[in-house]
Design a binder for this molecule. Structure first.
Ligand code: ADP
Ligand code: MG
Length: 568
């Protein structure tokens, strides 16, 4: 069998940003675990002994034959790229051929490995120069076990500069969590001082894995989306390497179900690795604009699988920051994908709703003995099946506030005011129109700040006399309203154009307490369903409550055998 690990030519070495990447427990774990993933492992066990400065990573990956094993820790040895052309085609997590070699200079390194097509395993202990020092046959299962001991033993100052063991273990956990989210199909087991510390079970998708890592969220709080997207037009030089399509995986926390007080769960991964990309993070935050309460941030995990020739990993040696070619193109794709994930359409119409709030509501309803529910008399004739499977049908109004809507898999309560507010807000954003008013609206005693605020949002206003101002035009929606002067005053108190748009939408939306007939309710439901962000109002409040038929049938114990519940 010929060796696949080769030393890189010097010019390639220069192309790679040189740098020290191993500076902590977490970085050792990251490098070893990434090697395991590159080797195709599906089961990875990490053992940590922080007091002994020892780390072991065992995997069931492809393993190495003896020749490769002897070569693995020499300087710039990698099986993953061979020439500078390959730098444009990096599909693996590692490629510098640096990690194992660095480890031999910073620690004691021992590797046991058995290729999955071999019947014998080998144990190699490496010297400072990365050369194999001891070699012996050993009995192990196919895969690789790397042990790093006495980490930073020869540079005590480095050990002293590190945070406490507890903090370092925390950093290891964060690292594993991040990597696991990018590789949900892997089984993880972490040991600390000979005890199991935590485990992560494999899952089909990142969204299904997330609740193990972020227990506050449930499956039903998330929307997952996988899209194939075409590659942007590439400069011809490397286009032979680019594949036809890229892929985008998205996990979003639905804004009516969950959000965070920090942007700590806005995460971006590219081709299997979490990366920092301030530009893309900003794109995500903007896409959630006006769907969340004030000062709250979305949960959003974005994983792009894109042709390696679109990426330059050499922004920094830890490979956590990248340059992306055609940034604008990807930003547009991401915005569209998030919009799609937030919409309510036939694909995600029927969704899990077993949120805590729903269970509480059902419980409260159970104790109080039911809703005050007034079906509309004109609707008695046709209360059965819905014409189309995914349409929402208004059937009643409760407390002149909630629209009761029925659909194939249950019923919804929609708060009329904020649903309408969402509709108007999006209309206004798409078409912010100022119309002249005749006669002008006269306002009294405005401060200079109020006057310039009104001018800033596009209102024409001029002095009309002592402490009097005349407003010549107003936002179109306010035109029919009697409280127009009040509305303008409200706008004069400050905020940017968007805040003004929210205020106008809120003021113009149907008030709660207003009786609506079925036709009006149906029209509102239809308009609301077509909005881009139907889940929350522009202040971030949830707009609807869904009571799924499955939940209702559980509540009414419909699974009970009739005979039994009748005591027969
Ligand atoms: P890189 O990952 O950048 O190639 P490393 O120094 O991390 O460089 O690893 C050197 C080589 O050793 C890898 O290219 C790979 O061929 C081999 N190797 C390292 N760890 C493993 C592993 N767990 N299983 C199989 N091969 C491995
Ligand atoms: Mg590596």
């Amino acid at each position: 069998m010929s060796s696949t690990i080769q030393a890189l030519p010097t010019e390639v070495v220069y192309l790679i940003t040189a740098g020290e990447v191993i500076d902590s427990f977490a970085s050792v774990v990251r490098e070893l675990v990434e090697n395991s993933l590159d080797a195709g492992a599906t089961r990875i066990v990490v053992y940590l002994w922080p007091q002994q400065w020892r780390i072991r990573v065992a995997d069931n990956g492809c393993g190495m034959n003896l020749e490769d094993l002897q070569q693995a820790a020499t300087a710039h040895s990698t099986s993953k790229i061979h020439s500078s052309d390959d730098l444009w085609n990096i599909n693996s997590l590692g490629f510098r051929g640096e990690a194992l070699h660095s480890l031999t200079t910073l620690a004691d390194l021992e590797i046991l490995s058995r290729p999955n097509d071999g019947d014998l395993g080998w144990r190699v202990v490496y010297g400072d120069d990365g050369k194999a020092q001891e070699v012996e046959a050993t009995a192990i299962a196919p895969g690789t076990v790397v042990t790093v001991s006495n980490l930073f033993g020869n540079c005590v100052s480095r050990r002293q500069g590190l945070p406490s063991a507890t903090q370092q273990m925390k950093a290891v956990q964060t690292t594993i969590h991040q990597i696991a989210l990018c590789h949900p199909q892997v089984t993880w087991q972490l040991w600390q001082n000979d005890r199991v510390w935590f485990t992560i079970s494999p899952a089909a998708t990142t969204g299904q894995l997330l609740p193990q890592i972020l227990p506050q969220v449930r499956q039903g709080d998330l929307q997952e989306l996988k899209l194939e997207i075409p590659n942007p037009q590439l400069p011809t030089q490397h286009s032979k390497l680019s594949t036809q399509h890229s892929a985008l995986n998205l996990v979003v926390g639905l804004p009516d179900r969950c959000h965070r007080h920090r942007p700590d769960w806005v995460r971006i991964a590219i081709n299997g690795r979490m990366v920092k990309s301030p530009e893309l993070e900003q794109t995500i935050l903007s896409a959630f604009h006006r769907t969340l309460p004030r000062d709250r941030y979305p949960i959003c995990l974005l994983h792009l699988f894109i042709s390696p020739d679109q990426i330059n990993w050499n922004r920094n040696p830890a490979k956590t920051e990248i340059y992306l070619n055609e940034l604008n193109y990807w930003q547009g794709q991401i915005t569209q994908a998030i919009d799609q994930a937030l919409r309510i359409d036939s694909a995600n119409f029927k969704e899990a709703v077993h949120t805590t709030r729903v269970s509480k509501l059902l419980k409260a309803a159970e104790e109080k003995g039911g809703y005050n529910f007034n079906p509309k008399p004109e609707d008695n004739t046709q209360h059965l099946a819905l014409s189309t499977q995914h349409s929402l049908k208004a059937v009643a109004q409760v407390s002149n506030t909630y629209i009761v809507a029925e659909h194939a898999s249950g019923m919804w309560l929609v708060e009329q005011h904020i649903a309408h507010e969402r509709v108007l807000y999006e209309q206004i954003c798409d078409n912010w129109q100022m119309l002249p008013v005749e006669p002008s609206i006269i306002l009294y005693q405005l401060s200079p700040a109020q006057v310039s605020q009104l001018q800033r949002i596009g209102i024409e206003i001029e002095t009309f006399g002592e402490q009097l101002w005349a407003v010549r035009n107003i936002p179109a929606l306010l035109q029919q309203r009697e409280d127009c002067a009040e509305a303008i005053l409200e706008l004069s108190w400050g905020g940017d154009l968007q805040a003004a748009q929210v205020a106008v939408a809120c003021r113009s939306a149907i008030r709660n307490g207003t009786p609506l007939n079925l036709q009006e309710m149906q029209t509102l439901l239809e308009q609301w369903q077509r909005t881009r962000n139907p889940r929350t109002c522009p202040h971030g409040r949830p707009i609807y409550l869904s009571l799924e038929e499955s939940a209702l049938s559980r509540f009414f114990r419909r699974h009970w055998v009739i005979g039994k519940s009748h005591g027969i």
